[in-house]
Design a protein around this ligand. Structure first.
Ligand SMILES: [Zn+2]
Length: 270
């Protein structure tokens, strides 16, 4: 069977990276059943021949008007699809879509008519926001990292930047590779407009990774691997914290002076 990825090595490399990350999400135990989502803005890899490809479904409504994604193309995980399957067969468990003029509808172009995630409106709203802001970020990942989700079951960690400070202090790399920390969004219904709006607000306040209380994380970055890496370093810190607690003590954490020294040395945001 032919694929839109045939003879398009740059686009194929992007989809391969999505599949690789989907495999990691499953291996880490963060993507049970059909849990989690990945959407990537692939517009920069679209050539003239792709633009003339016919759609393989009727135009579908996004549910909102998103003016900044006019003419953009996305790879989206399919609704009800599993990350562990996407890891092996990305084009059978996700699809390439294009946004139609008017910015309120889209159509599936390839490879199969796999309906995108039910979270599509909120993911596209985030991409719309990123483009409006002139951000270089093109990928969004939602997943259920066990230890980070566990943290949100205590009010203590939901206060602004309390969890961030603890996570940064567990190991120097966490602040180096997740310099904006972990935003917190209080519990809201999954798939709700309120949750999407609150996520965009948290990203706007300068977080790349946003925690949804008692649910999961939503991360954005230049590409899907970088978004995954930010979640991975944060969750590693949560695991170190838990390991220390399991050994029967409260971990010391790096001191304020050590954190400051590193912030200056790495040229990180304050
Ligand atoms: Zn979820």
């Amino acid at each position: 069977m032919s694929s839109i990825l045939d003879n398009r090595p740059a686009l194929k490399a992007q989809i391969d990276q999505i599949a690789e990350v989907a495999g990691y999400l499953w291996q880490k135990g963060w993507a049970e059943r059909n849990g989690g989502n990945i959407t990537v803005n692939i517009t920069e890899f679209v050539d003239e021949q792709m633009k003339s490809m016919p759609a393989i479904c009727e135009p579908r409504s996004i549910g909102k008007v998103l003016p900044n994604i006019d003419g953009c193309w996305f790879y989206c995980k399919g609704t009800g699809k599993r990350m562990r399957d996407l890891a092996r067969w990305p084009m059978a468990n996700g699809s390439v879509i294009r946004i139609l003029p008017g910015c309120s509808t889209y159509e599936i172009v390839a490879d199969m008519p796999v309906a995108p995630t039910s979270e599509l409106p909120s993911h596209l709203a985030v991409h719309d926001y990123l483009l409006a802001k002139g951000s270089p970020y093109r990928a969004s990942v939602h997943t259920h990292p066990i230890e980070l989700v566990a943290l949100t079951h205590s009010k203590k960690w939901l206060k602004k930047d309390v969890a961030t400070k603890m996570l940064w202090s567990m190991i120097p790399e966490t602040k180096a590779f997740c310099p904006r920390g972990l935003g917190m969004v209080p519990y809201m219904m999954a798939s709700s407009t309120e949750l999407a709006d609150a996520t965009i607000k948290a990203i706007d306040e300068d977080y790349d990774v946003v925690m949804w209380e008692k649910h999961g994380v939503f991360a954005v970055d230049t590409d899907v691997m970088s978004a995954f890496d930010q979640i991975d370093v944060l969750n590693k810190s949560a695991q170190i914290y838990i390991a220390a607690k399991n050994m029967g003590f409260e971990p010391e954490g790096m001191t304020e002076a050590q954190m400051k020294e590193m912030t200056v040395a790495f040229g990180l945001p304050k």
